[in-house]
Design a protein around this ligand. Structure first.
Ligand code: BEZ
Length: 214
């Protein structure tokens, strides 16, 4: 099944390094990031999971929990955690799903046979408090992901859920944002009293609403 943005993230129960979970219960009413890695005891994956642990507080600031999955066993994950800690100097601080029966990997279409074997490629799903999939990305096994980019996308989604804006190319939290073309000049004046820079009538750049000096 191909999952699309706006679909409900499929629920499952699974064993993890932190015990058995019901995924939707584990998500609670916050945001979630589910990401797959091809295999334990492999170099790129070790760097990715180490980096993720170092970013735990950054995810928590966004009310987001993070969970990894691969087709290895929980016992393997626990043994591998010692190597991850050697890389990051941080004990493993988020759960890894043991998906030996490939239930989760198949539910989320993480196994791409054209990529060589039956382990998962590098997928990421950002899930909102309504359990909707808001972002997904798929990388080849050879390319480690950029986890600050995942934080950046969560920032963008959370901002654009709250205000009538979108975020332009290479946007970072605090940069100017794009006023929704759906807002009339009058509506834009109300919501952006400090004004904006008009590049074209449909491309109006304004200060990020929740960063304006009041
Ligand atoms: C790695 O994590 O280094 C890796 C895993 C599977 C295939 C290629 C690279």
């Amino acid at each position: 099944m191909t999952l699309k943005l706006g679909d409900t993230a499929p629920n499952f129960t699974a064993d993890t390094t932190e015990g058995r979970i019901d995924f939707h219960e584990w998500l609670g009413d916050g945001w979630g990031v589910l990401f797959s890695h091809p295999a334990d005891f492999t170099p790129v994956c070790t760097t990715e999971l180490g980096e993720t642990g170092l970013l735990k507080e950054q995810f928590a600031k966004r009310n987001a929990r993070i969970i990894a999955v691969s087709v290895d066993s929980v016992e393997d994950h626990k043994a591998w955690a010692r190597d991850i800690e050697k890389y990051s100097s941080e004990p493993l601080n988020f759960p890894i799903i043991g998906d030996t029966d490939r239930q989760v990997s198949e539910l989320y279409d993480m196994i791409h046979p054209g990529e060589g074997d039956t382990s998962s490629v590098r997928c990421v799903f950002v899930i909102d408090p309504n359990k909707k999939i808001r972002m997904s990305l798929t990388y080849p096994k050879s390319a480690g992901r950029n986890f600050p980019e995942i934080l950046r996308v969560i920032d963008s989604i959370q901002l654009t859920d709250e205000y009538s804006v979108s975020t332009p190319v290479n946007w970072q939290d605090g940069d100017d944002v794009v006023i929704s073309p759906a807002l009339s000049e009058e509506q834009a004046k109300e919501q952006f009293p400090e004004g904006w820079k008009e590049i074209t009538p449909y491309l109006r750049l304004a200060k990020q609403p929740n960063k304006r000096v009041r």
